[in-house]
Ligand binder design. Structure first.
Ligand code: BES
Ligand code: ZN
Length: 850
């Protein structure tokens, strides 16, 4: 049981803080076990305040002294903060507190990682540093003095002065406390510079531990590209003299956008060809862009309260996906984003954790950094842009920056700029923010007398707390193909606003083949009777590359569904189409790789569940195996040549084209391994001069249970590199056969290099177990038990990472009663743990009761 009855926070209870913060001065006397934080904060009571009580958040702080206008005071202190009698005129609050960074394993507030001090304040970590109104609508300028023996002392804003053992920083831009940051350590930098469009020179640095200097160049290039892109596409410039990025090994999330001082999980910034895969490079480029883009969408304009989280995160994810589309391949990016959305967001939206893009209540805000807020939040922006058009979007966004710069805003503010600049009524559109759940659209069609009619019917299943839903406005992009494969109607956006609505197309000589939901124009599930012949036709002819892939993906899914339900043989026509596609050199290798990548186990489980079946993870796994084996055999004669043709020669380059080719090459190698038992993979392993190929070869060998030598060699080569060792830990579990996955994971938690306190290492093992669906759900429930054991152990150290990982259980109601009972027992065991954190308690009870 959690300690006290958890408190629920409601959006409807929002009241502004009664005091304005005019200036914040902080002095840090750093010491691992006893850091002293001295604050001097100027407050002005607001004349029109509704709430007069002076409450400052503060947790796990030892209060040494407090003063108002220089006079000692004795505030009422609780575990959540303090209240104090204060003057009704402007006053200066001063406090001194003591904190212990070295024992802070939650990695929230000020903590230590490998001897370096760093902070993580979003969402509510600043209250673990000093007493403060720790809420995003309280914005102020910060001046910071750091005293410590470390060589590098960093904070937000611009450096103003420094000397032996101290440094001072001033951030001229008012900001909420969640954007505060401090770093102190014996770090080295990779320096560069940037001149903004208006001619301001900016010093750029990536700060890392000595030894990692060689892994910064790619991140630095990504940063400069992001700065240029935001100027060119959104007209937004950087606004300080310096921009610092710091790499930290122990970090709960990927990265954090603190003003002028972004802090990154080292896995999301350090890159080299020898140690990073293509996927790592792509992610690093995207996340550097994401955090940089927050400088405007999040920092200059921030959130009024945490219910508005999607205001900054949905928009910034949307912006970083636009950036990646421009830097790489737009169609590949769209397809990968949809795969990710279906895998993570649809699972959330169709289970006990379903919540609105803008939630209306929470217990622990850290539990709401979800795929719904982020990825669905970004989809909502994409729909808005599609509905109003590109030009109107640009105009509205410009108005947003002009009207709200320096403010803490709401979703209403965001929608208002679109209403004001387009004249459009967005009240129905706003339901995308207030209604949870994935809409289903049932499509039927009719053709007579030259007119083709599409009838769309929308409905959204109940979600926790929301049994009934209203129709939403849904942009459905449609094109029509003639019998010969030519497009007879280009893409048109149908605006579905009613529960049921028909759209007609006249003047058609024959019944067309519809290509519906092009570019995945809305995050919905489409239900439409179709045939494999029609899907194969679209796969061959659709001009919309997303829908081409989608046709292939549906064929792939249907083939496996038939194998699972009817013990059918792999569909011959689909196999035939696939073997042709793989060999078609005129197609983009990255696209061929995507067509070859099987639908995820979780996606198949969800599909079966939707259709009223109880998914059997083992049967889904077996079908995937049989399918891949049959495909490999059908390609026997071509695989060696295909493998040779797609092998990228010469020096490694992380560009999208080479990466796409290597992705295709890896998928061919995995098919080839089914035929040669690992000969080609072993050769590739030996010859590899980059991590993408080394990692792919090792994965194939482990999967074939023929990689012990290479696994040992990999370990010997990389045991000194934390990030590469995370791959080694993860691969053992990811590549395990279902019945061995839990024991593989259990053994790894006993390994000398396993470290519960390092979130990357914990996720490498436990995340891989949860992702290995057939392994996690293997009969008997050893996977469930192992995960629960580890969650219980981690909760005492790091609630945030524990709570996030609980989502591995969110799909439990899909499965048979035996599995449900096994999972329920583990959830109840977690729930009964003494002193369970508020984070984990909320997640487990929502999963159990949702
Ligand atoms: N603001 C978040 C980081 C964050 C999340 C801090 C949760 C505190 C609690 C940051 O901008 C972010 O969204 N990071 C993502 C990566 C991004 C590319 C979507 C992350 O860390 O995973
Ligand atoms: Zn973000």
């Amino acid at each position: 049981m959690a300690e006290a009855t958890p408190q629920t926070i409601y959006l409807k209870d929002y009241t502004p803080f009664g005091y304005q913060v005019d200036e914040v001065h902080l002095t840090f006397h750093l010491s691992p076990k006893a850091t002293r934080v001295v604050s001097r904060i100027e407050f002005t009571p607001k004349p029109d305040a509704v709430e007069r009580s002076f409450f400052l958040h503060g947790e796990q702080l030892k209060l040494i002294a407090a003063k108002i206008d220089g006079q000692p005071v004795s505030p009422d202190v609780t575990a959540q903060g303090l209240t104090c009698d204060v003057p009704s005129t402007p006053f200066v609050w001063e406090s001194e507190v003591e904190i212990s960074p070295v024992t802070n394993t939650a990695l929230e507030g000020l903590y230590m990682s490998n001897g370096m001090y760093c902070t993580q304040c979003e969402a509510e970590g600043f209250r673990k540093i000093t007493y403060y109104p720790d809420r995003p609508d309280v914005m102020s300028t910060f001046t910071v003095r750091i005293e410590g023996d470390e060589k590098v002392l960093l904070s937000n804003g611009n450096p103003t002065d420094s000397g032996e053992g101290w440094a001072e920083w001033h951030d001229p831009w008012p900001k909420p406390a969640y954007l505060f940051a401090l770093v102190a350590g014996d770090l080295v930098n990779h320096p560069d510079s940037f001149t903004t469009a208006s001619g301001q020179d900016v010093e750029l640095n990536i700060w890392v531990r000595p030894g990692d200097e060689g892994k910064c160049a790619f991140g630095m290039e990504a940063l400069k590209k992001s700065m240029t892109w935001d100027e060119q596409v959104y007209g937004l410039e950087y606004d300080l003299d310096i921009f610092n990025i710091v790499a930290v090994d122990d970090f709960n999330m990927g990265a954090m956008e603190n003003k002028g001082l972004n802090i990154f999980n080292s896995s999301c910034v350090l890159a080299s060809p020898e140690t990073s895969t293509d996927a790592n490079f792509e992610r690093i480029e995207a996340i550097i862009a994401h955090e940089y883009f927050h400088n405007w969408t999040g920092n200059r304009i921030t959130c009024r309260d945490w219910f508005q989280l999607c205001l900054k995160e949905g928009l910034t994810v949307y912006r970083d996906s636009q950036f990646t589309s421009d830097m790489r391949s737009a169609s590949v990016k769209r397809i990968s984003d949809v795969i990710d959305l279906r895998g993570r967001q649809f699972a959330e939206d169709n289970g006990p954790l379903a919540h609105q893009v803008r939630p209306e209540s929470f217990q622990e805000i850290n539990n709401f950094y979800t795929a719904t807020i982020y990825e669905k939040g970004a989809e909502v922006i994409g729909m808005l842009k599609r509905l109003v058009g590109d030009e109107a979007y640009a105009k509205a966004v410009a108005l947003y920056f002009e009207r709200h710069d320096g403010q803490a805003c709401t979703i209403e503010d965001w929608l208002q700029v679109f209403e004001d600049s387009t004249g459009r009524d967005l009240s129905q559109f706003s339901k995308w923010y207030s209604q949870a759940g994935t809409p289903r659209i049932k499509v039927t069609d009719d053709y007579s007398d030259g007119t083709y009619t599409l009838t769309l019917e929308q409905s959204t299943p109940p979600t926790p707390g929301q049994p009934d839903k209203d129709p939403r406005v849904i942009p459905v992009a449609v094109g029509l193909l003639g019998q010969n494969g030519d497009e007879v109607r280009g893409t048109e956006v149908l605006e579905l606003t009613e529960a049921k609505q028909s759209f007609s197309f006249d003047g058609l000589a024959s019944k067309p083949v519809p290509s519906i939901l092009r570019e995945f124009s809305a995050p919905i599930i489409m239900e439409r009777e179709s045939t494999n012949a029609e899907r194969a036709f679209l796969l061959a002819h659709d001009s919309d590359s997303f829908n081409r892939w989608e046709a292939g993906n549906t064929l792939a899914k249907e083939a496996r569904v038939a194998m699972v339900l009817d013990a059918a043989a792999p569909d011959a026509d689909y196999l035939d189409a696939l073997t042709k596609l793989v060999r078609d050199d005129s197609l983009d290798p990255a696209f061929r790789a995507l067509v070859l990548s099987p639908p995820s186990q979780s996606d198949l489980a969800q599909t079966l569940f939707e259709r009223g079946h109880t998914p059997d993870p083992q049967a889904i796994y077996d079908a995937a195996e049989t399918f891949a084996q049959t495909l490999a055999e059908a390609l026997t004669d071509s695989l060696p040549r295909l493998y040779a043709d797609t092998t990228v020669q010469g020096a490694y380059s992380s560009d999208a084209e080479s990466a796409g080719k290597r992705d295709l090459n890896a998928r061919i190698l995995s098919l080839l391994t089914r035929l040669d038992g690992g000969e080609a993979a072993a050769r590739q392993y030996d010859a590899a001069d980059n991590m993408t190929q080394q990692n792919a070869a090792l994965a194939c060998l482990l999967k074939a249970e023929n990689g012990e030598a290479q696994s040992q060699a990999f370990y010997d080569q990389w045991q000194g590199d934390r990030l590469v060792m995370d791959k080694w830990f993860g691969l053992q579990v990811a590549c395990s056969a279902p019945k061995k996955a839990a024991s593989a994971a259990a053994n790894l938690t006993e390994h000398a290099l396993f470290d519960l306190k390092n979130p990357n290492r914990f996720r490498a093992v436990m995340g891989a177990l949860a992702m290995n669906q057939a392994g996690f759900h293997y009969e008997g429930g050893a996977g469930y038990q192992l995960l629960a054991d580890n969650l219980i152990a981690l909760d005492a150290l790091n609630p945030q990472t524990t709570a996030r990982m609980c989502s591995a259980f969110q799909t439990w109601k899909r499965y048979d009663s035996t599995r449900q009972e096994l999972i329920r027992a583990q959830l109840e065991r977690i729930s009964a743990t003494d002193n369970l954190s508020r984070d984990t308690n909320e997640m487990v009870s929502r999963i159990l009761n949702g």
